[in-house]
Every structure is written in structure tokens, then in C-alpha cells.
Design a protein around this ligand. Structure first.
Ligand SMILES: Cc1cc2nc3c(=O)[nH]c(=O)nc-3n(C[C@H](O)[C@H](O)[C@H](O)COP(=O)(O)OP(=O)(O)OC[C@H]3O[C@@H](n4cnc5c(N)ncnc54)[C@H](O)[C@@H]3O)c2cc1C
Length: 510
């Protein structure tokens, strides 16, 4: 990368290969940041190849991305037929007939600087408290089909409602494309046939399209999906396979008619060789059956999905094949892989769109000049590995902590060897209810606690300072917290009412 004057080291051109959710999210964010800063952004995509077209549930952090773009939330929801998401309900995961919610936001109310759930644990262990979800505003609101945004209500739980979205993936990509194009991103339709490397340093110089056109850039973002056309095929960066920990490697996806008002949560139901999602949108319901091809064949998996829909299917089911895992490097030379090209950990906790957004944020923090300092690249890769490894552990937790032994798949999951980092977390929680997180882990203490408890891991003990509170006082305060939460949920409008008032899709459209 020599030969440039010291005064002109800035990246002048970025090429984004791929126009799925990752490509357009990246294009929109970069367009917003780089508009009028002398850096051109071009995106190449191939309609003939298409996108995976799934990815319709998010986690609350997506609001940071929307804020970066300056989106109007109601407009975004109207345009993408979106609904609100207060958490994920897990059905039949711990054992058949069981159900719990990984709900967003506060659980109970912390007392004397100790997390509420430690008090709950004491009462639960003594047989005096119901399920943890009974003390969680988002879990109760989800069950009752209620939703509203936070209001300024002082100490009330209604001042702190944490939520994410469900949306139509195709409409979302279209929405972001419009945003990006309005801010100067140039879109080129075409299939990339070849990637040209600089023979001296191995950096990517250009991509050649089937049309014969060649497009050069300083920085290349690989958003070409599972294939990883630039990072994998051209630069030869390998892939770490995690199927021994996350054995699901296929999914059938199909939309169906809604069977009533959309509920404000994703439902995940465990199946004999995987699980099924249900994602309610304004105009339809998204469904998918994620399964392990080692334990179930495609035909059986497809039938199982079609037999378990709330309404009539609206399309032919689509089969998606993937390998759970991650790239050995996410940024190599002048190429950064974002989206499925960087890895995929299956959709159980809706983390992929978040990973796209955190990759964009990390890239902006460590944004290179044309010298591509190796220290920045190493740091980017270190942070990304850490983030993905910890999310992987959280996902594995759902599979390994189960009493289910009614199929070969579940027998495999409950006896598989676990990563040391996960074993430590489970071990410590089991002992005294503590969750030890290292800085920068995506899922917070409450998420870990909700899933551990939901999956049947009940600690033997709780924070010792809980005993400082006299038993009668604790019982009274628990009852008061429960009553405040119940009354708050009662005061919330129905989810469908909230949508109708704020962000309903235009009626003239389908
Ligand atoms: C079954 C399943 C369910 C999922 N559910 C969720 C979820 O609920 N929540 C969530 O956050 N995420 C979910 N995801 C992940 C989410 O779908 C992806 O993270 C997201 O769609 C981003 O995909 P992508 O843009 O990286 O890849 P793709 O959508 O595959 O896009 C790749 C792009 O590259 C282009 N391309 C490829 N090759 C070439 C070429 N040679 N020339 C030109 N262009 C090319 C394609 O045309 C396309 O535009 C799910 C994924 C799967 C598989």
C-alpha cells in the first residue's frame, strides 16, 4: 500500500459485495457516516442469486442502529410491517410441557443493591414464590398480548420497557436500500465472477462482474452470505465448524396467514431434532423449522413444519442449509466480512442482525486508512471472536441444559462436551446464583439467569446478603413488587391496539 502521499491516506472508495440484510445495513450506516466526507460507496448484488430472505426477529440493541441512522421508528415499522418483541417464549425446551420466557428488561426490582432474582431464589427455594416470569413485566405483558413504549412514570416499571422488533426481511432490505441510495450509495446489479488480488501484497484490487465490468476499491466489505466470496473463496480465510456444539444445520422457512392479532414475542418450540420459530408480523406470520440433518431428514422436517402452522401457508417452504461456526478471521487485509459471510450461529436468540450491527460499529471505531494498520485489524478480530464465542455459549445453554431424552438429538445435546467458558458459568450459577460475565459480553446477567432457570438450572444458594432482610419484610416487599408489576401490565394497551394507533401498515397495501 505504498506510494500514497502522507496527506492522502484516507479510504476513498468502499465496495460492498452483496445486498442482503448485511449488505444494505452496512451500506446505510456507512452512507450516513461518510456522506459528504469524500468517500464513495458502491454495492454489488445479484438478483439472480438472491438473498437468504429470512432474519425477521431482533434484540433490543437494534434500536442503537436505528438511532445511528436517525430512523423514525413508527415509519420503519409501518414500512416493514413490523411488530414489537418483548422476548422469546421457549416451549418444550427444558422438558415437554414446560414453557418459560427469555424476556427483555428488568426482572422484579433490585433491593439494597442486590439483584431481585437472588431474593426470588430464596423464596423459590423455600417454596414461597412462583415462576421468575411472574415478576417480570415483559414476560407478563407478552403472555397477555400487551405492549407500550416507556412513559415518564417515575419509579414505575412502565418507565423502563425494553423491546425489539419483528419485521419482514425483504421489506427491511428495501427500506435500507432506499435510505442508502438517497445518501449516495451506488447500486450495481450483477454477478461477481472473479476477485482480483494484488500480486505483491495479496490485497483485493477489484472484482470482475459477469458483464465484464471491473470494480476497484480501497476497502472491500464481503456481505455475500454463507459463501464468503471474497473472504473465503478469494482470500482463503477458513471457517471454524461448531456443529458439534450447535448441531442444527438446516431450516425450512415458510410464511403463513396470521391466526389473529400479532403477539409481542417470538415463540420457539423444541422439536425432536431441533426447534420451530413463530414470528408474528402485521400482515403474516413467519415460521421456520431449524433442525439437525444428522438426526432428521429433510422430508420429515418439512412435514413437521407444515403440520404445525397457525394458518394456511402463503408460499412453498424454502430450504436453507448452513454450517454453524465462524470465520477464522473476520477482517483480513483490505476485506471485512459482515453478516453470514463472517459466520452463523443459528437463529435461536436472533443474534445475527445484531452481529451485523456490532460489526459495523466496530469497523467504524477501528476504521482504517489505506495503510491498514495490522494492530487495528488484530483488535477487530479479537473483539469479534470474543463476542461470537460468548454468544455461542449462550446458545449452547438452551440445548445442553435439558431433561429431554425422548430423541437421539436431545440425548446427544444433553451429553455433549461443553466449552470450558460455559461449564464455568453453569457451575458458578448452580452453586450460588452468580453469573460472572466478562466485559463486552452481549447477553446480560438477567438473560443468562432467565434461560438457566427456564432450562431447570436452579442454584443451591443465593447472595448471602439477602438474609439480612427479615423474612416478613421480604415476603411483603416481594408481594408489593408483584402487585406493582401486575397493575402496570393491566394498564398497558393491547399490542394490536398500540400498533393500530402508531405504526399500522397502509391499508391500501397487502
Ligand atoms: C434459517 C435462518 C433464520 C434466521 N433468522 C434470523 C433472525 O430471526 N434474526 C436474525 O437476526 N437473523 C436471522 N438469521 C440470519 C439473517 O438472515 C442474516 O444474518 C441476514 O439475512 C444477513 O444475511 P446476509 O446479508 O449476510 O446474506 P444473504 O442474505 O445471503 O445475502 C447475500 C448477498 O450476496 C449476494 N451475492 C452472493 N454471491 C454473489 C455474487 N457472486 N455476485 C454478486 N452478488 C452476490 C446475493 O445476491 C445477496 O445479495 C437467520 C438465518 C437463517 C439461515
Amino acid at each position: 500500500m505504498s506510494g500514497f502521499a502522507m496527506t492522502d491516506r484516507n479510504i476513498r472508495k468502499i465496495l460492498i459485495a452483496g445486498g442482503g440484510t448485511a449488505g444494505w445495513m452496512t451500506a446505510a450506516a456507512l452512507a450516513k457516516i461518510f456522506r459528504e466526507r469524500g468517500c464513495r460507496i458502491q454495492l454489488v448484488e445479484s438478483e439472480e442469486i438472491g438473498t437468504v430472505g429470512v432474519g425477521e426477529a431482533t434484540i433490543p440493541q437494534v434500536q442503537l442502529y436505528n438511532r445511528l441512522l436517525g430512523l423514525d421508528e413508527d415509519d420503519f415499522l409501518r414500512r416493514t410491517r413490523g411488530t414489537f418483541k418483548l422476548g422469546i417464549q421457549f416451549v418444550d425446551w427444558y422438558r415437554k410441557g414446560s414453557s418459560y420466557t427469555h424476556a427483555f428488561g428488568e426482572v422484579g426490582r433490585d433491593m439494597e443493591a442486590i439483584p431481585f432474582y437472588h431474593y426470588w431464589l430464596k423464596e423459590h427455594l423455600a417454596g414461597r414464590a412462583g415462576a421468575i416470569g411472574d415478576y417480570t413485566l415483559a414476560a407478563l405483558a407478552a403472555q397477555q398480548g400487551k405492549f407500550m413504549r416507556s412513559i415518564d412514570a417515575g419509579n414505575s416499571p412502565l418507565s423502563n420497557i425494553v423491546y425489539a422488533f419483528h419485521f419482514d426481511a425483504a421489506l427491511y432490505a428495501r427500506y435500507l436500500r432506499e435510505f442508502a441510495e438517497q445518501r449516495g450509495v451506488v447500486r450495481t446489479e450483477g454477478r461477481i465472477r472473479r476477485t482480483n488480488l494484488n500480486p505483491h501484497n495479496g490485497f483485493i484490487e477489484s472484482v470482475a462482474l459477469e458483464s465484464g465490468e471491473s470494480i476497484g476499491a480501497d476497502l472491500f466489505i464481503d456481505c455475500t452470505g454463507f459463501r464468503g466470496l471474497l473472504v473465503g473463496e478469494a482470500l482463503g480465510v477458513g471457517y471454524e465448524d461448531w456443529r458439534h456444539w450447535l448441531p442444527c444445520d438446516r431450516a425450512w422457512a415458510v410464511p403463513c396467514e396470521s391466526a389473529g392479532d400479532p403477539v409481542p414475542y417470538t415463540r420457539s418450540t423444541a422439536r425432536p431434532a431441533g426447534w420451530q420459530w413463530r414470528i408474528p408480523l402485521q400482515h403474516r406470520t413467519g415460521n421456520g423449522h431449524v433442525y439437525s440433518s444428522r438426526f432428521m431428514d429433510d422430508g420429515e422436517a418439512r412435514d413437521m413444519l407444515l403440520q404445525n402452522l397457525d394458518g394456511a401457508p402463503l408460499a412453498e417452504p424454502k430450504l436453507l442449509k448452513f454450517t454453524t461456526g465462524k470465520r477464522r478471521k473476520f477482517w483480513h487485509r483490505n476485506c471485512v466480512a459482515i453478516g453470514l459471510a463472517s459466520g452463523f450461529m443459528e437463529p435461536l436468540e436472533s443474534t445475527s442482525i445484531h452481529l451485523v450491527q456490532s460489526a459495523i460499529a466496530r469497523l467504524l471505531t477501528l476504521f482504517p486508512n489505506r495503510h491498514f494498520d495490522v494492530e487495528d485489524i488484530d483488535e477487530y478480530n479479537r473483539q469479534t471472536h470474543f463476542e461470537m464465542d460468548r454468544i455461542r455459549d449462550f446458545l449452547i445453554l438452551h440445548y445442553c441444559a435439558t431433561e429431554r431424552d425422548d430423541s437421539e438429538f436431545w440425548r446427544y445435546c444433553r451429553t455433549m462436551e461443553l466449552p470450558e467458558t460455559l461449564l464455568q458459568k453453569i457451575g458458578q450459577f448452580r452453586k450460588n446464583g452468580r453469573i460472572v460475565r466478562v466485559d463486552g459480553e452481549l447477553f446480560n446477567e438477567l438473560s443468562w439467569m432467565e434461560v438457566m432457570v427456564g432450562q431447570g438450572i436452579i442454584p443451591q444458594s443465593y447472595h448471602p446478603l439477602v438474609d439480612v432482610m427479615p423474612d416478613e419484610m421480604l415476603a411483603a416487599r416481594m408481594a408489593e413488587i408483584k402487585s406493582v408489576i401486575d397493575r402496570s401490565v393491566e394498564a398497558m394497551p393491547a399490542h394490536s391496539e398500540f400498533i393500530a394507533k402508531h405504526c399500522a401498515r397502509p391499508t391500501e397495501e397487502g
